[in-house]
Design a binder for this molecule. Structure first.
Ligand code: GDP
Ligand code: MG
Length: 216
């Protein structure tokens, strides 16, 4: 199949969800910075960071991925009533196909339970994050699953991440409880630490690979 008027063969939209303060934005920035050595520059109203790596071959489980271009668009013009999600786009070559992964982060709307259905529309993957030191954020996972059921495609691939695993001494949710819920609900599961960069890459690798296998 030859390309028509867009620059990719597959488009994956992935949304980040979970209570405020669980570490969604840091998971995303830790992943992008660690993996891709982001260089950022600011322009008026827009924080924009881009880096092109021509010859970086990454192993995405059994897939060979070549990062072609990488762009992060941070939230812009945040004012009362005009909350905008953060978009992170990754362009990759996967088995000869160009895959565009578009990762959406909220700009704090979850605090006001004001995430709109546009945020979920077209998403093929979701990162559902809770904080292992805050039981309430784990209890709210059910609420987020309901939100996904109401607003997202029923085939959406969900990765649940118990974040802040570096704060083991403050833990109020056991890893077993996380795993049990994931099994019950049919979700992938990992405990992560954005602070110490533990399982962040693996979490993204897992969800992207699962989506690729679902889509292709
Ligand atoms: P969001 O509201 O879900 O986007 O959460 P943020 O990414 O803004 O993080 C909320 C707070 O948790 C910030 O103070 C972060 O520094 C902190 N945080 C995020 N991830 C981790 C982590 O893995 N470990 C620890 N110790 N703190 C974290
Ligand atoms: Mg955030």
């Amino acid at each position: 199949a030859h390309k028509v008027d867009h620059d990719y063969d597959y488009l994956f939209k992935i949304v980040l969800i979970g209570d405020s303060g669980v570490g969604k934005s840091n998971i995303l920035s830790r992943f992008t910075r660690n993996e891709f050595c982001l260089e950022s520059k600011s322009t008026i109203g827009v924080e924009f960071a881009t880096r092109t790596l021509q010859d970086t071959h990454l192993t995405l489980m059994d897939l060979t991925v070549k990062l072609v271009d990488y762009v992060v668009l941070h939230r812009t013009g945040l004012k009362h009533g005009t909350l905008k999600p953060t978009l992170c786009r990754l362009y990759m070559l996967v088995e000869g196909k160009t895959v565009k992964a578009q990762i959406w982060d909220t700009a704090g709307q979850e605090r006001y339970r004001a995430i709109t259905s546009a945020y979920y529309r077209g998403a093929v993957g979701a990162f559902l994050v809770y904080d292992i030191t805050k039981k309430q954020t784990f209890d709210n996972v059910q609420r987020w699953l309901r939100e996904l059921r109401d607003h997202a495609d029923s085939n959406i691939v969900i990765m649940m991440a118990g974040n802040k695993s570096d704060l083991n001494h403050l833990r109020t949710v056991s890893e077993q409880d996380g795993r049990a819920l994931a099994e019950k609900e049919g979700l992938s599961f990992l405990e992560t630490s954005a602070l110490e960069a533990v399982n962040i890459e693996k979490a993204f690798q897992t969800i992207l690979t699962e989506i690729y296998h679902v889509i292709s």
